[in-house]
Design a protein around this ligand. Structure first.
Ligand SMILES: NC(=O)c1ccc[n+]([C@@H]2O[C@H](COP(=O)([O-])OP(=O)(O)OC[C@H]3O[C@@H](n4cnc5c(N)ncnc54)[C@H](OP(=O)(O)O)[C@@H]3O)[C@@H](O)[C@H]2O)c1
Length: 260
């Protein structure tokens, strides 16, 4: 999908991959709507978007709240009309451990990674099903979505849920004749963002936020169903899906400390 002169929503764009993607897309004369909770950071990114030549709208809010997703979509429709591209990027991946988790910590992780996506997906589909032109919803998933990763059980489960939800949605849209709505999942490997810099989880073949943003743009352009990057971790992940379970377990646990 062409990404110039488009109305583009990016959630979770106050930092990291979301902010870097917004700044790359800002070079192409777009109308960019960014959301997050940290107002000051969001405003700074908004100013940079304008300086790069695009229109910017910043909307502060908590993506785990159903009303926030609805309000944001309504505000965009009232200002710009149709929404061409939505990159639903909000997510957190704090380290966790099956021996110390509580229902509350798991629910928190699920809200931030699954409902932060659903809360936008539903009002977006509601609008997009009436739009005449091609449009796209792209969800920021992870390569962790295909495995139970040690120290990230709740995170990987929430990302897997979102991936499977979108697999079903894709089939239904096709079946019911809504082929103009593209659904994409983005699966980065390790990206050097502030959020993960000191989380203690090993991060081989890590790439920069800017490099990740360039991969995101490439995936939009090619309308990839699954945008998996960088190639090094993409192939490791593919291999991980076919190696015997015992071997995979050994590899995944190799860098994890013995004491919990
Ligand atoms: N970094 C990696 O290695 C990696 C790898 C695979 C996938 N990912 C995925 O990439 C996405 C971005 O992560 P990142 O590494 O770039 O981290 P990040 O810099 O912390 O970005 C997360 C963004 O989401 C926003 N956010 C978090 N919780 C929110 C909430 N409840 N309501 C509204 N906004 C919220 C944050 O803004 P506020 O705090 O201002 O609200 C921030 O803008 C996540 O979905 C993550 O799972 C990252």
């Amino acid at each position: 999908m062409n990404y110039s002169d488009k109305t583009i929503l990016i959630t979770g764009a106050s930092s990291g991959i979301g902010a870097a993607t917004a700044l790359e897309l800002a070079k192409f004369n777009n109308r960019i709507i960014i959301t997050a909770r940290r107002e000051k950071l969001l405003d700074e990114i908004g100013k940079k978007i304008i300086a790069a030549g695009s229109d910017a709208m910043t909307i502060v809010g908590d993506a785990t709240q159903e009303s926030h997703g609805k309000d944001v979509v309504e505000q965009i429709i009232n200002t710009h009309g149709d929404i061409d591209i939505a990159i639903l990027n909000v997510g957190i991946g704090p380290p966790s451990n099956t021996l110390t988790i509580t229902p509350e910590t798991v629910r928190f992780c699920y809200e931030a990674n699954y409902y932060s996506f659903i809360n936008f997906f539903c009002p977006l589909i509601d609008r997009m099903k009436h739009q005449p032109s091609p449009c796209m919803i792209s969800h920021m998933n992870s390569q962790a979505t295909w495995f139970g990763i040690p120290m990230q059980g709740d995170y990987t489960a929430a990302k897997a849920a979102a991936r499977i939800f979108l697999d079903t949605a894709r089939m239904e849209l096709k079946h019911f004749g809504f082929n103009h709505i593209r659904l994409q999942t983005i699966h980065p490997g390790f990206v050097d963002t502030e959020a993960v810099r000191n989380d203690g989880i090993p991060s081989p073949n890590e790439i920069s936020e800017q490099a990740a943003a360039m991969y995101v743009l490439k995936g939009l352009k090619k309308e990839m169903r699954e945008n998996i990057f960088p190639p090094t971790t993409k192939w490791a992940t593919k291999l991980g899906k076919i190696v015997p379970h015992q071997m995979l377990t050994k590899i995944l646990l190799s860098a994890i400390p013995k004491r919990y």
